[in-house]
Design a protein around this ligand. Structure first.
Ligand code: FES
Length: 677
């Protein structure tokens, strides 16, 4: 008689096993993805399965009631103490008695898929570099002397096929008490990067460790630092938090910070200390918020631009401020988190920094590439991560190009007269009636438009998405000409166009009688936005030139701010090349997503390390064509490039407010631009 047939779903893997074989053993032999931390001891409950009974013509089997062994004491005890879901069994306890179909539910799969928020985003397959296993360790024997660590290493090799392993002092200190307290049964957190035969024990606990293992995905930006705290077992985000980068006090943009280092000996160490402290504070805060012991954070993945990369590591960034923009290293880095000042988390925690693409295109752009995978796109995708610098990627399966463009902080509401960060009180949406030239707006923290009788919020300023809408709406309402000049009250027919010296400003809201500010869009604001958008568009155009194309198939706006930009307004402004509006997508914080992917899946680290080698880098600062594109992009939407898709949805009024139809100060081309990193 043949042995019973065991079929696993959803994998479809099948095989014959002798009566009495535990399902976990069958799964392991077939390579079925069934989790286990305790190694079949019946205490971790990770191996839960759902047996199915009845006829399965598709599989060619009939499963009878006795196909699995009866509940045993271990399962009964587990059910009594913790509760086992209806229809579930412990895979390490249930034994094969007849033909059986076994479903492995998602939570019991080691390499479970983590669905991401953005509908278009691919799920992450869990395979973190740090995992938890339980082992039985041989007790010491005077006649066969060996150290506890050596016997732990033997157990890891024999029971889990892990090794060779090393351990640092904090683990060695904890090892002996854990072994004795656990009566030679311990849980071990092992860090094992992909493509490496070296594994390191980073945590030990007596018996079964049930407190979990956690990781931090950090997007270290020039202006803000954002972090997600993730459960390394299932990839879930337990808390997200952010704070301002304290280096701002040394300079708003990256090149000011590099200049600070040049002019102040020891300035780099000062900035390194500031950012490391901030990361540490953030890590502890976010763990506290999630109710997680910070000592259980064993991994952190950090993405950042090249200057932040060097300043975090304590490497002098001066070389990045001048051609040829040499990085100390462009490769990925794995190191003890303590080396970069993360002292508030597990003392053995590991840090991983994604590779930089080039001296001016950093690990943040690499993270965007990891999240958005332009290299796997069938259509030509332009991905822009809008921040203090815009990281721009253009590509498809035929190849990917990348550059960084110095947009400055205007898109984030900085350098704007009434600008503020996106926070409650900030105007985030604006519409201007083209006939009456009257505005209405919405403020973060309120769902009402300002012309709603129930609207009673006092606006405090305009955030990045608000200023983009304001400028675009002014252009659409005929308050602003193509050169970027605001018209006078006489020329526009509204008293909201107020004289301010030789130029004009448009009044959005006067909240002075409510104790708030007077919010206007000034000529200076328009200039700041023009410079930012010209830099962004010119960067994109430069990549299109290199690729030899006049148009792209789709545009992806990444970055926290990208999620709030209205595609129509971005196009009216000429921030991005002309594409059908429904081909402008938002990818949310793609750099942060990339960090999370690298945290949850170690193979993704290898993948991005290989991908960045194949990304063609373009340096905007030394490319003469960039200047030409920059000048032409100063007009709203553009001096020379057509915007046929935009014209189908918006008709821009033909107005000109300057004597020659061009704005004072020229088209912006003569203004000295600075690279911001
Ligand atoms: Fe741990 Fe079954 S493997 S309970």
């Amino acid at each position: 008689m043949t042995d019973p047939l065991v079929i696993f779903t959803p994998s479809g893997k099948r095989g014959h096993f002798p009566v009495g074989t535990p399902i976990l053993t069958a799964a392991r032999q077939l390579g079925v993805d069934l989790d286990s931390v305790c190694g079949g001891r019946g205490i971790c409950s990770k191996c839960q399965i759902a047996p199915s009974y009845g006829d399965f013509p598709k599989h060619g089997v009939t499963v009878s009631d006795g196909a699995l062994s009866e509940w045993n004491d271990v399962e009964a005890r587990y059910d009594r103490v913790r509760g086992l879901k209806e229809g579930r069994r412990l895979g390490c306890q249930a034994k094969v008695m007849g033909d059986i179909v076994v479903d492995v539910p998602p939570e019991s799969q080691v390499h479970k898929q983590v669905v991401r928020k953005a509908a278009s985003a691919k799920p992450i397959t869990m395979d973190p570099a740090t995992r938890l296993v339980m082992i039985d360790v041989v007790e010491p024997d005077m006649h066969e002397p060996s150290g506890d660590l050596e016997r732990v290493a033997d157990a890891l090799r024999d029971q889990w096929d892990i090794g060779p392993v090393t351990a640092r002092l904090p683990v060695l200190k904890a090892l002996q008490p854990a072994l004795r307290k656990g009566q030679w049964q311990i849980s071990v957190a092992v860090h094992h990067p992909a493509n490496s035969d070296k594994a390191q024990i980073v945590g030990v606990w007596p018996g079964l460790h049930e407190g979990g293992l956690y990781g931090l995905a950090v997007d270290l930006g020039s202006t803000t630092i954002a972090a997600h705290l993730c459960d390394l077992a299932d990839g879930s985000v337990l808390a997200s938090s952010g704070l301002m980068n304290p280096q701002i006090r040394f300079g708003e943009d990256l090149m000011s910070r590099v200049s600070y280092v040049m002019m102040n000996p020891g300035g780099d160490a000062e900035m390194t200390g500031a950012v490391q402290d901030a990361l540490n504070t953030l890590a502890v805060e976010i763990a506290t918020e999630a109710g997680v012991d910070p000592n259980l954070i064993f991994e952190t993945v950090i993405v950042c631009n090249p200057v932040m990369h060097h300043l975090l590591l304590g490497i002098d960034p001066v070389e990045l401020g001048q051609a040829p923009f040499a990085l100390a290293t462009s490769g990925s880095l794995t190191m003890d988190a303590r080396e970069i000042g993360l002292t508030g988390i597990a003392p053995t925690a590991q840090a991983y920094l994604l590779p930089c693409i080039a001296g001016h295109v950093g690990a943040d752009a690499a993270a965007v590439a990891l999240a958005e995978e332009p290299n796997n796109s069938n259509d030509l995708a332009l991905i822009v991560d809008v921040g203090t610098n815009a990281e721009i990627l253009l590509g498809d399966t035929n190849g990917v190009l990348a550059c960084s463009s110095p947009t400055g902080p205007a898109f984030e509401g900085a350098q704007i007269s009434a600008g503020q960060r996106a926070a409650p009180g900030a105007i985030e949406r604006i519409e201007i009636n083209p006939d009456t030239k009257e505005p209405r707006f919405r403020v973060i923290g309120s769902d009402l438009w300002s012309d709603d009788p129930a609207f009673d919020t006092v606006p405090t300023g305009i955030c990045g998405s608000g200023i983009i809408e304001a400028v675009a709406e002014m252009r659409m309402a005929g308050l602003l000409d193509a050169s970027g000049l605001i018209g006078s009250a006489e020329a526009t027919g509204t008293s909201r166009a107020e004289p301010t010296g030789r130029t004009h400003a448009y009044l959005i809201h006067d909240a002075t009688d409510q104790g708030g500010p007077r919010i206007t869009v000034t000529q200076g604001d328009i200039r700041a936005i023009q410079l930012a958008k010209s830099a962004l568009y010119a960067g994109a155009r430069l990549l299109m030139d290199q690729r030899g194309v006049e148009k792209v198939d789709r545009v992806v706006l990444a970055g926290a701010f990208g999620a709030h930009i209205s595609p129509k307004h971005a196009m009216v402004l000429g921030m991005i090349p002309d594409v059908p509006l429904d081909k402008v997508q938002s990818a949310g914080n793609a750099a942060g997503h990339g960090a999370r992917i690298a945290l949850c899946n170690r193979a993704a680290r290898t993948r991005i390390e290989e991908t960045v080698h194949n990304i063609h880098k373009v340096e905007t600062a030394i490319e003469p064509k960039f200047q030409e594109h920059f000048v032409n992009a100063n007009a709203i939407p553009h001096a020379t490039d057509p915007f046929p898709e935009l014209e189908q949805v918006v008709t821009l009024p033909e107005v000109a407010f300057g004597a020659s139809g061009s704005a004072p100060g020229g088209a912006g081309g003569g203004r000295r631009r600075r690279r911001r990193g």
